[in-house]
Each structure stands twice: as C-alpha cells, then as structure tokens.
Design a binder for this molecule. Structure first.
Ligand SMILES: [Zn+2]
Length: 161
C-alpha cells in the first residue's frame, strides 16, 4: 500500500470521537514494510481488546478502531480477510462501531480477523502446488488482491452510512 505519515494515519479514522482520535497510539513507522502490507493493522499493548486497521479505499486511507468481542481466541476459525485455510494463528471476532449517524445510533459490524493482523504475511506465503503445472506465484498474487478487496469492502461498509 502507499506509505502514510502519522498525521494521515491519525486523520484516516472514520469511527472515532475527537478524543479517541487524539489518543490512538500509532505504530512505529520504522517497523512498517509498506510494500508488503495491504492494510496496516496494529494493537496497543495497554488496551488488549482494541485493534486498529487502516487501508486504502478508493484512493483514500480509511481507518477503523476495532474491539475484540471475546477474550479467548478461536484456534479453528477462518479469518474472513485472508481466508488462510492452514489456520496459522488465532482468529478473533472484532466489532467495529459504524461511522457517522449509524454509529451514533449504536450500530456496529463484526468480523473474524487474525488476532494480530497476520493476514499480510499469510497471503504472501507461496501456496502449495494444487496440481501439476499449478502457478503458485499467480495464486499468491490472487490471494494478495483478494485480501486487499475484502479489507476495503469491509472498511467501506463500516465507515460509510
Ligand atoms: Zn487474516
């Protein structure tokens, strides 16, 4: 994804109050490999049930604050973003308050996502050959494109009324 500076990351959040926006602890930019992420996802160690995601939706960065709605992760649940069938990490149900008037009415939307937002790594693993002549690199590129699309679709559906 295109690289974003701190100000743009903070400004991108669609489902936060002014105070919440100010208090978001941003990730250390030196730890982000922009070329190898389709969305930015991080957690704040001081707020164990909160997660942050930012992706580019229609050429604009849009971020969401997510809340993990169950304390124990599910080991055998498919992440609805990366769809990794090898289940390499825990997946949890996150809930996102919707943006705008819907959010003020208390509407939210939930989805199962990799607990530590491992999706970017998962889709970049070269998949096993499904049959003779299987194009593993093409399959990987397809997974990357699908991840990008699923994240953008979810974020847009939550951020907009
Ligand atoms: Zn995932």
């Amino acid at each position: 994804m295109l690289s974003l500076d701190d100000a743009r990351i903070r400004a991108s959040f669609a489902n936060v109050s002014v105070r919440e926006r100010k208090n978001i602890v941003l990730p250390d930019p030196s730890t982000i490999d922009w070329e190898h992420v389709d969305y930015l996802g991080w957690r704040d160690p001081r707020l164990p049930l909160v997660g942050y995601v930012v992706a580019v939706v229609d050429d604009e960065p849009v971020g969401l604050v997510l809340r993990q709605t169950e304390s124990s992760p599910r080991r055998r649940t498919l992440c609805s973003w990366c769809n990794d069938v090898t289940l390499p990490n825990d997946v949890v149900l996150f809930s996102a308050r919707r943006g705008g008037a819907a959010g003020r009415r208390g509407d939210s939307k939930g989805t199962y996502i990799c607990q530590r937002f491992e999706c970017n790594d998962n889709v970049r693993k070269l998949p096993p050959a499904a049959y003779a002549g299987f194009d593993r690199e093409a399959a990987r590129q397809e997974r990357i494109a699908s991840l990008r699309e699923r994240v953008a679709t979810f974020i847009a559906s939550v951020a907009r009324d």
